[in-house]
Write a protein that binds this ligand. Structure first.
Ligand SMILES: NC(=O)c1ccc[n+]([C@@H]2O[C@H](COP(=O)([O-])OP(=O)(O)OC[C@H]3O[C@@H](n4cnc5c(N)ncnc54)[C@H](OP(=O)(O)O)[C@@H]3O)[C@@H](O)[C@H]2O)c1
Length: 306
Protein backbone atom coordinates (compact mmCIF):
# COMPACT_ATOMS: atom_id res chain seq x y z
CA UNK A 1 0.00 0.00 0.00
CA UNK A 2 1.28 3.44 -0.86
CA UNK A 3 0.80 6.39 1.45
CA UNK A 4 -0.34 9.72 0.07
CA UNK A 5 2.38 12.36 -0.21
CA UNK A 6 2.62 14.97 2.48
CA UNK A 7 4.84 15.99 5.35
CA UNK A 8 4.54 14.77 8.88
CA UNK A 9 2.68 11.63 7.95
CA UNK A 10 1.90 8.98 10.49
CA UNK A 11 3.22 5.61 9.51
CA UNK A 12 0.27 4.10 11.32
CA UNK A 13 -0.28 1.22 8.94
CA UNK A 14 3.45 0.46 8.99
CA UNK A 15 3.31 -0.62 5.36
CA UNK A 16 6.33 1.50 4.44
CA UNK A 17 9.41 -0.35 5.60
CA UNK A 18 11.97 1.57 3.53
CA UNK A 19 12.03 5.31 2.95
CA UNK A 20 14.21 6.09 -0.06
CA UNK A 21 15.12 9.57 -1.22
CA UNK A 22 16.91 9.91 -4.54
CA UNK A 23 18.00 13.30 -5.80
CA UNK A 24 18.03 13.58 -9.56
CA UNK A 25 15.58 10.72 -10.08
CA UNK A 26 13.85 12.54 -12.94
CA UNK A 27 16.43 11.26 -15.42
CA UNK A 28 19.47 9.10 -16.02
CA UNK A 29 20.99 7.01 -13.25
CA UNK A 30 18.68 8.46 -10.61
CA UNK A 31 15.59 7.47 -12.61
CA UNK A 32 16.98 3.96 -13.11
CA UNK A 33 17.67 3.72 -9.39
CA UNK A 34 14.13 4.83 -8.59
CA UNK A 35 12.72 2.23 -10.98
CA UNK A 36 14.66 -0.61 -9.40
CA UNK A 37 14.61 -0.01 -5.65
CA UNK A 38 15.25 -3.51 -4.29
CA UNK A 39 13.35 -3.14 -1.01
CA UNK A 40 9.76 -4.28 -0.60
CA UNK A 41 7.20 -1.75 0.63
CA UNK A 42 9.51 1.14 -0.17
CA UNK A 43 8.39 4.73 -0.45
CA UNK A 44 10.56 6.39 -3.08
CA UNK A 45 10.85 10.16 -3.43
CA UNK A 46 12.64 12.05 -6.19
CA UNK A 47 14.24 15.40 -5.36
CA UNK A 48 14.71 17.23 -8.64
CA UNK A 49 13.30 20.11 -10.66
CA UNK A 50 11.26 18.19 -13.25
CA UNK A 51 10.15 15.06 -11.43
CA UNK A 52 9.86 11.61 -12.93
CA UNK A 53 7.77 8.55 -12.29
CA UNK A 54 7.90 8.43 -8.50
CA UNK A 55 6.71 10.77 -5.77
CA UNK A 56 8.29 14.16 -6.39
CA UNK A 57 9.72 16.83 -4.10
CA UNK A 58 10.35 19.73 -6.52
CA UNK A 59 13.59 21.52 -5.77
CA UNK A 60 16.41 23.31 -7.53
CA UNK A 61 19.42 21.98 -5.65
CA UNK A 62 21.75 24.58 -7.16
CA UNK A 63 19.90 27.17 -5.07
CA UNK A 64 21.33 27.31 -1.53
CA UNK A 65 18.09 28.85 -0.27
CA UNK A 66 16.35 25.58 -1.10
CA UNK A 67 18.61 23.34 0.97
CA UNK A 68 17.03 24.13 4.33
CA UNK A 69 13.68 23.11 2.87
CA UNK A 70 15.11 19.69 2.08
CA UNK A 71 16.43 19.34 5.62
CA UNK A 72 12.99 20.22 7.05
CA UNK A 73 11.41 17.79 4.63
CA UNK A 74 13.71 14.97 5.78
CA UNK A 75 12.82 15.72 9.40
CA UNK A 76 9.08 15.98 8.76
CA UNK A 77 8.92 12.75 6.79
CA UNK A 78 10.88 10.88 9.43
CA UNK A 79 8.52 11.92 12.22
CA UNK A 80 6.83 8.70 13.22
CA UNK A 81 8.85 6.55 10.86
CA UNK A 82 9.42 3.13 12.37
CA UNK A 83 10.55 1.18 9.35
CA UNK A 84 13.62 -0.88 8.66
CA UNK A 85 15.66 1.38 6.45
CA UNK A 86 16.22 4.98 5.39
CA UNK A 87 18.22 5.77 2.27
CA UNK A 88 19.41 8.91 0.54
CA UNK A 89 21.10 8.52 -2.82
CA UNK A 90 22.39 11.85 -4.04
CA UNK A 91 22.55 11.53 -7.82
CA UNK A 92 21.74 15.09 -8.92
CA UNK A 93 24.68 16.71 -10.63
CA UNK A 94 25.70 18.55 -13.74
CA UNK A 95 28.69 18.60 -16.04
CA UNK A 96 27.71 21.92 -17.65
CA UNK A 97 28.99 24.48 -18.32
CA UNK A 98 31.84 22.71 -20.14
CA UNK A 99 34.89 24.78 -21.00
CA UNK A 100 37.92 26.43 -19.45
CA UNK A 101 37.04 28.04 -16.12
CA UNK A 102 37.89 31.52 -17.38
CA UNK A 103 35.73 31.13 -20.49
CA UNK A 104 32.41 29.75 -19.25
CA UNK A 105 29.34 31.69 -18.16
CA UNK A 106 29.78 32.97 -14.61
CA UNK A 107 26.23 32.32 -13.47
CA UNK A 108 26.11 28.78 -14.86
CA UNK A 109 29.52 28.08 -13.34
CA UNK A 110 28.36 29.28 -9.93
CA UNK A 111 25.29 27.05 -10.12
CA UNK A 112 27.47 24.07 -11.07
CA UNK A 113 29.82 24.69 -8.15
CA UNK A 114 26.89 24.95 -5.75
CA UNK A 115 25.20 21.83 -7.11
CA UNK A 116 28.27 19.61 -7.45
CA UNK A 117 30.38 20.69 -4.48
CA UNK A 118 28.22 22.34 -1.85
CA UNK A 119 24.82 20.65 -2.18
CA UNK A 120 26.14 17.11 -1.54
CA UNK A 121 27.84 18.21 1.67
CA UNK A 122 24.95 20.31 2.96
CA UNK A 123 22.25 17.79 2.03
CA UNK A 124 24.39 14.91 3.27
CA UNK A 125 24.76 16.66 6.60
CA UNK A 126 21.01 17.26 6.70
CA UNK A 127 20.32 13.57 6.14
CA UNK A 128 22.80 12.51 8.82
CA UNK A 129 21.27 15.00 11.24
CA UNK A 130 17.69 13.99 10.50
CA UNK A 131 18.47 10.29 10.89
CA UNK A 132 20.91 10.47 13.80
CA UNK A 133 18.39 9.19 16.33
CA UNK A 134 17.20 6.27 14.23
CA UNK A 135 18.48 2.79 14.83
CA UNK A 136 17.23 1.28 11.62
CA UNK A 137 19.59 0.74 8.68
CA UNK A 138 20.75 4.11 7.36
CA UNK A 139 22.45 4.56 4.00
CA UNK A 140 23.84 7.67 2.38
CA UNK A 141 25.20 7.18 -1.13
CA UNK A 142 26.87 9.92 -3.15
CA UNK A 143 27.32 9.59 -6.90
CA UNK A 144 30.94 10.24 -7.70
CA UNK A 145 33.00 9.94 -10.87
CA UNK A 146 36.43 9.11 -12.21
CA UNK A 147 36.60 12.89 -12.67
CA UNK A 148 37.26 13.11 -8.93
CA UNK A 149 40.82 11.98 -9.60
CA UNK A 150 41.33 12.80 -13.30
CA UNK A 151 41.74 16.51 -14.02
CA UNK A 152 39.78 16.67 -17.29
CA UNK A 153 40.33 20.17 -18.75
CA UNK A 154 36.95 21.78 -19.36
CA UNK A 155 35.30 20.15 -16.35
CA UNK A 156 36.79 22.10 -13.46
CA UNK A 157 33.57 22.57 -11.48
CA UNK A 158 32.63 18.94 -12.08
CA UNK A 159 36.07 17.46 -11.27
CA UNK A 160 36.36 19.57 -8.13
CA UNK A 161 32.82 18.78 -7.04
CA UNK A 162 33.38 15.02 -7.28
CA UNK A 163 36.72 15.28 -5.48
CA UNK A 164 34.93 17.20 -2.71
CA UNK A 165 32.25 14.51 -2.53
CA UNK A 166 34.83 11.74 -2.19
CA UNK A 167 36.73 13.44 0.60
CA UNK A 168 33.56 14.46 2.40
CA UNK A 169 32.46 10.83 2.35
CA UNK A 170 35.81 9.59 3.68
CA UNK A 171 35.66 12.14 6.50
CA UNK A 172 32.05 11.67 7.47
CA UNK A 173 32.39 7.90 7.24
CA UNK A 174 35.19 8.14 9.81
CA UNK A 175 32.99 10.28 12.06
CA UNK A 176 30.09 7.88 12.15
CA UNK A 177 29.56 5.60 15.13
CA UNK A 178 30.21 1.91 14.58
CA UNK A 179 27.87 0.11 12.25
CA UNK A 180 25.69 -2.80 13.16
CA UNK A 181 25.74 -5.66 10.66
CA UNK A 182 23.18 -5.27 7.89
CA UNK A 183 19.81 -6.55 9.10
CA UNK A 184 20.69 -6.30 12.80
CA UNK A 185 18.49 -3.30 13.54
CA UNK A 186 15.52 -5.00 11.93
CA UNK A 187 16.05 -8.13 13.99
CA UNK A 188 16.23 -6.06 17.16
CA UNK A 189 13.07 -4.15 16.22
CA UNK A 190 11.22 -7.39 15.71
CA UNK A 191 12.33 -8.64 19.09
CA UNK A 192 11.37 -5.34 20.74
CA UNK A 193 8.03 -5.28 18.96
CA UNK A 194 7.20 -8.79 20.10
CA UNK A 195 7.64 -7.89 23.75
CA UNK A 196 6.02 -4.47 23.76
CA UNK A 197 2.69 -3.66 25.42
CA UNK A 198 -0.37 -3.26 23.22
CA UNK A 199 -0.80 0.24 21.87
CA UNK A 200 2.89 1.05 21.76
CA UNK A 201 4.39 1.50 18.38
CA UNK A 202 6.75 -1.28 17.51
CA UNK A 203 9.81 0.55 16.29
CA UNK A 204 12.65 -0.98 14.42
CA UNK A 205 13.63 2.56 13.51
CA UNK A 206 12.98 5.26 16.08
CA UNK A 207 13.65 4.26 19.64
CA UNK A 208 13.51 7.63 21.42
CA UNK A 209 15.78 6.71 24.29
CA UNK A 210 14.83 3.06 24.63
CA UNK A 211 18.24 2.15 23.47
CA UNK A 212 21.20 2.79 25.77
CA UNK A 213 22.93 6.11 25.16
CA UNK A 214 20.29 7.68 22.91
CA UNK A 215 19.13 11.04 24.16
CA UNK A 216 17.06 13.91 22.85
CA UNK A 217 18.96 16.68 21.14
CA UNK A 218 18.87 20.12 22.65
CA UNK A 219 18.39 22.26 19.57
CA UNK A 220 14.66 21.86 19.27
CA UNK A 221 14.92 20.14 15.93
CA UNK A 222 12.30 17.61 16.89
CA UNK A 223 14.46 14.63 16.06
CA UNK A 224 16.17 12.53 18.66
CA UNK A 225 19.88 13.00 18.51
CA UNK A 226 22.16 10.16 19.32
CA UNK A 227 25.14 10.36 21.58
CA UNK A 228 27.12 7.76 23.42
CA UNK A 229 27.33 4.05 23.28
CA UNK A 230 23.91 3.37 21.74
CA UNK A 231 24.37 5.34 18.53
CA UNK A 232 23.97 3.52 15.28
CA UNK A 233 26.06 4.76 12.39
CA UNK A 234 24.90 5.64 8.91
CA UNK A 235 26.63 3.83 6.06
CA UNK A 236 28.20 6.58 3.95
CA UNK A 237 29.77 5.74 0.61
CA UNK A 238 30.64 7.38 -2.69
CA UNK A 239 30.40 5.43 -5.92
CA UNK A 240 31.59 6.16 -9.42
CA UNK A 241 29.26 4.37 -11.84
CA UNK A 242 31.48 4.22 -14.95
CA UNK A 243 30.57 5.98 -18.19
CA UNK A 244 26.80 5.73 -18.33
CA UNK A 245 24.52 6.33 -21.31
CA UNK A 246 22.49 9.28 -20.03
CA UNK A 247 21.65 12.82 -21.09
CA UNK A 248 24.80 13.95 -19.29
CA UNK A 249 26.91 11.97 -21.76
CA UNK A 250 24.97 13.61 -24.61
CA UNK A 251 25.89 17.02 -23.21
CA UNK A 252 29.54 15.95 -23.07
CA UNK A 253 29.61 14.69 -26.68
CA UNK A 254 27.89 17.85 -27.96
CA UNK A 255 30.77 20.23 -27.17
CA UNK A 256 33.86 20.91 -29.28
CA UNK A 257 37.47 20.09 -28.52
CA UNK A 258 38.23 23.64 -27.53
CA UNK A 259 35.78 23.40 -24.68
CA UNK A 260 36.61 19.79 -23.84
CA UNK A 261 39.79 18.34 -25.33
CA UNK A 262 38.89 14.75 -24.34
CA UNK A 263 35.55 14.85 -26.19
CA UNK A 264 36.80 12.40 -28.85
CA UNK A 265 37.26 9.64 -26.29
CA UNK A 266 33.68 10.02 -25.08
CA UNK A 267 32.33 10.00 -28.64
CA UNK A 268 34.27 6.80 -29.32
CA UNK A 269 32.91 5.15 -26.20
CA UNK A 270 29.38 5.87 -27.42
CA UNK A 271 30.07 4.75 -31.00
CA UNK A 272 31.71 1.51 -29.89
CA UNK A 273 28.80 0.66 -27.58
CA UNK A 274 31.04 0.82 -24.52
CA UNK A 275 28.68 2.91 -22.39
CA UNK A 276 27.04 1.28 -19.40
CA UNK A 277 23.23 1.40 -19.38
CA UNK A 278 21.61 3.35 -16.54
CA UNK A 279 19.86 0.13 -15.53
CA UNK A 280 23.17 -1.72 -15.14
CA UNK A 281 24.63 1.19 -13.22
CA UNK A 282 21.61 1.18 -10.91
CA UNK A 283 21.92 -2.58 -10.40
CA UNK A 284 25.56 -2.14 -9.45
CA UNK A 285 24.77 0.64 -7.00
CA UNK A 286 21.96 -1.28 -5.30
CA UNK A 287 24.23 -4.34 -5.03
CA UNK A 288 26.47 -2.29 -2.71
CA UNK A 289 23.66 -2.34 -0.13
CA UNK A 290 24.31 -6.06 0.36
CA UNK A 291 28.01 -5.58 1.11
CA UNK A 292 29.63 -4.89 4.43
CA UNK A 293 31.97 -2.06 3.40
CA UNK A 294 34.28 0.08 5.53
CA UNK A 295 32.38 3.25 6.33
CA UNK A 296 33.45 6.14 4.13
CA UNK A 297 34.34 3.85 1.23
CA UNK A 298 34.92 5.53 -2.12
CA UNK A 299 34.18 2.96 -4.79
CA UNK A 300 34.18 2.53 -8.54
CA UNK A 301 31.67 0.05 -9.95
CA UNK A 302 34.34 -0.95 -12.50
CA UNK A 303 36.82 -1.92 -9.80
CA UNK A 304 34.81 -3.39 -6.96
CA UNK A 305 36.70 -5.60 -4.53
CA UNK A 306 35.63 -9.27 -4.57
N1 LIG B 1 26.50 9.54 -16.87
C1 LIG B 1 27.75 9.27 -16.54
O1 LIG B 1 28.56 8.78 -17.37
C2 LIG B 1 28.24 9.54 -15.16
C3 LIG B 1 29.54 9.15 -14.85
C4 LIG B 1 30.02 9.38 -13.57
C5 LIG B 1 29.21 9.97 -12.64
N2 LIG B 1 27.95 10.35 -12.95
C6 LIG B 1 27.15 11.01 -11.91
O2 LIG B 1 25.91 10.36 -11.77
C7 LIG B 1 24.92 11.30 -11.38
C8 LIG B 1 23.74 11.21 -12.33
O3 LIG B 1 24.20 11.54 -13.63
P1 LIG B 1 23.33 11.23 -14.92
O4 LIG B 1 24.28 10.83 -15.96
O5 LIG B 1 22.18 10.37 -14.57
O6 LIG B 1 22.84 12.71 -15.26
P2 LIG B 1 21.56 13.21 -16.05
O7 LIG B 1 20.98 12.16 -16.89
O8 LIG B 1 21.98 14.50 -16.67
O9 LIG B 1 20.54 13.51 -14.85
C9 LIG B 1 20.87 14.49 -13.92
C10 LIG B 1 19.85 14.48 -12.82
O10 LIG B 1 20.25 15.50 -11.89
C11 LIG B 1 19.15 16.37 -11.68
N3 LIG B 1 19.59 17.73 -11.50
C12 LIG B 1 20.44 18.44 -12.31
N4 LIG B 1 20.50 19.70 -11.90
C13 LIG B 1 19.68 19.80 -10.82
C14 LIG B 1 19.30 20.85 -9.96
N5 LIG B 1 19.78 22.11 -10.13
N6 LIG B 1 18.44 20.60 -8.95
C15 LIG B 1 17.93 19.36 -8.78
N7 LIG B 1 18.25 18.32 -9.55
C16 LIG B 1 19.11 18.55 -10.56
C17 LIG B 1 18.30 16.27 -12.93
O11 LIG B 1 16.96 16.56 -12.60
P3 LIG B 1 16.17 17.90 -13.08
O12 LIG B 1 16.78 18.34 -14.37
O13 LIG B 1 14.76 17.41 -13.19
O14 LIG B 1 16.35 18.87 -11.97
C18 LIG B 1 18.46 14.81 -13.31
O15 LIG B 1 17.50 14.04 -12.64
C19 LIG B 1 25.59 12.66 -11.38
O16 LIG B 1 25.98 13.01 -10.08
C20 LIG B 1 26.82 12.44 -12.26
O17 LIG B 1 27.85 13.31 -11.93
C21 LIG B 1 27.45 10.15 -14.20
Amino acid sequence: MRLAPGPGREYADRAVTSLVWISGASAGIGAALAASVPFPEARVVDLSRRGGTVEHFPVDLSDPAAWVGVERYFEAELAGFSGERVVFVHSAGTVVPIGPADAVDAEAYTRAVLLNSAAPQVLGRAFLRATAGLTCEKHLVMLSSGAASTAYPGWSAYNAGKAAVDHWVRTVGAEQPPLEPLGAARAEGERAGAGRAEGERAGAGRVGGERAGVARGGDGGGVEQAGGAGRIGCRVIAVAPGVVDTAMQGEIRAVDEQAFPAVGRFRELKESGALVSPEDAARGIWSLFERELPNGSVLDLRKLPD
